[in-house]
Design a protein. Structure first.
Length: 109
């Protein structure tokens, strides 16, 4: 993972996502998923652009099932933007850097 991307686990999900005062973007992915690999550079770029303003995280659904089940992840990549611990926006499949950036900027005001 890039320096600004947090690799989440189920155990950390509540403390890092639900309890965060800043927006949190979570990329639900798996290593075998081709489109997930294509999202990697987008997630890393967003993490660099929003360092100190929003948390950007990845959660490997093969290793950490609980959060994926909690949010009904049945296709990957799925990217969810949280604000105040609540789901603010959800994308299934590939999503553009612009779409993610616009959504985060909207939350940041």
């Amino acid at each position: 993972m890039a320096g600004n991307v947090v690799e989440l686990t189920d155990a950390e999900f509540d403390s890092l996502v639900h309890s965060s005062a800043e927006p949190v973007l979570v990329d639900f992915w798996a290593p075998w998923c081709g489109p997930c690999k294509m999202m990697g550079p987008v997630i890393e770029k967003v993490a660099t652009d929003f360092a100190g303003k929003a948390k950007i995280c990845k959660l490997n659904t093969d290793e950490h099932h609980e959060a994926a089940v909690e949010f009904g992840i049945n296709a990957i990549p799925t990217v969810i933007l949280f604000n105040g611990g609540q789901m603010a926006k959800k994308w299934v499949g590939l999503v553009s850097e612009t779409d993610i950036t616009d959504a985060i900027n909207e939350l940041l005001g």
